[in-house]
Design a binder for this molecule. Structure first.
Ligand code: SF4
Length: 391
């Protein structure tokens, strides 16, 4: 029997893939250990140059403390070269997410199906419904490393969710690279229908989407989200820019027309310093964030990725990117603080996901005491830059 640890860098899809690896190793009878493990799995990210550098560092660190390190995920698929020169106990696994758990488990060696549910994190279940992307955003390396879009069967998704709820998960997050592309054509499902049926799973208390592209935020999806009792009022919509010219240059499939959705907390991603983004274009991003009532913005200074349309373009100076990143993050913090202050004196139900912390129904962060994995009733007593302080 081997002892192992898993870690991930990057997005919810990377986190979901790392969990799939972890559960496969547990199911094979291996034991999880944060210290002195035989095997480490580092599920990597390649969305920016910095993400690859961090992935490499994480693999190098793991190699000092483990007998063998498996480097999996987007970084491993983009370029094994990024991990060249690491110690010999590092194994780069450039495989699709569907194949990776079986490959790693086969290499580690199965012990037998002895504790299939051992040590599961029972707080929030990330359930993958779709992987890959067939869009071709000019900056994005994801279609190259994860392949074209493909969906799981709706019946398999619903089965997994029933199983997760049975295991004690309170909240399910439907996860994918481009969720709006989910289709089970044979069974007649699209995302709105899936949301409605997941909402009927007995015992499920909360349901979220990990993110949704603006052009997939259709009237039918919004209706499904509003009418499904367990759906949380939070949407992550990765806008990337608020300027139509930049969006066209990015080959995004929408323009910067964002209708405020007052009954949802809307969060987003933005790339600053995309080639051709001038000060006026950047200000339009600030403006759209403000007008659409967006709160948390994950800001990514543009970095060219190999193999993409804009691989050779990087025209905005680093200092300008830093300045715009700081201004957008400051605007985001102001918007978050304003939303959180609006809750003062009010009540919420928080899912405690780490000691001292959790998220409210609309994904606002709370500082709260309570057992990890429990939904606790709270009253907002004060606001800090880290989140809302529970009374
Ligand atoms: S929609 Fe665009 S940014 Fe998102 S994964 Fe697909 S290509 Fe990349």
């Amino acid at each position: 029997m081997a002892t192992f640890s898993t870690s991930f860098l990057g997005c919810k899809v990377s986190q979901t893939d790392a969990r799939a690896l972890r559960e496969r190793l547990l199911a094979d009878g291996h034991t999880e250990s944060e210290t002195a493990a035989d095997v480490a799995v580092v599920n990597t990210c390649c969305v920016t140059h910095e993400a690859v550098a961090k992935s490499r560092k994480a693999a190098a660190r793991a190699a000092r403390r483990h007998g063998r390190v498996y480097v999996t995920g987007c970084g491993a698929n983009l370029s094994a070269d990024a991990f060249a020169g690491l110690p010999e106990n590092v194994v780069v696994v450039p495989r699709r997410s569907e194949e990776t758990p079986a490959f790693v488990a086969g290499d580690v060696g199965a012990i037998g199906c002895v504790q299939a549910d051992a040590g599961l994190d029972r707080v929030r279940a990330f359930v993958k419904i779709q992987d890959g992307c067939s869009f071709s955003c000019a900056f994005c390396v994801i279609p190259l490393v994860r392949g074209g879009t493909r969906s799981r069967r709706a019946a398999a998704v619903l089965d997994e969710i029933r199983r997760r709820v049975g295991q004690g998960h309170r909240e399910v997050v439907l996860t994918g690279v481009n969720l709006g592309c989910f289709r089970d054509r044979d069974a007649g499902y699209d995302l709105p229908r899936l949301v409605r049926e997941v909402g009927e799973v007995p015992g499920l208390e909360r349901l979220r989407l990990s993110s949704i592209e603006l052009n997939h935020l259709t009237a039918s999806l919004i209706a499904a989200l509003r009418e499904t009792r367990v759906v949380s009022p939070h949407l992550h919509v990765p806008l990337q820019s608020g300027d139509d010219g930049v969006l066209r240059a990015m080959a995004r499939r929408y323009l910067a027309r964002v209708e405020p959705l007052e009954d949802f907390n809307v969060t987003s991603d933005a790339i600053v310093g995309f080639p051709g983004e001038d000060e006026a274009a950047f200000r339009r991003t600030l403006d759209v964030v403000r007008r659409a009532g967006i709160t948390k913005v994950h800001v990514f200074p543009y970095s060219p990725r190999p193999g993409t349309v804009t691989a050779a373009a990087d025209t905005v100076p680093a200092a300008v990117k830093r300045d715009r990143s700081a201004r957008l993050r400051a605007a985001s913090l102001d918007a978050c603080l304003a939303r959180w202050r609006g809750k003062l004196g009010g009540e919420d139900i928080v899912l405690v996901d780490r000691p001292g912390r959790g998220y409210g129904d609309d994904y606002s962060p709370w500082l709260v005491d309570g057992p990890v994995g429990e939904l606790v009733h709270v009253r907002a007593a004060a606001v800090t830059e880290e989140g809302i302080l529970a009374a």
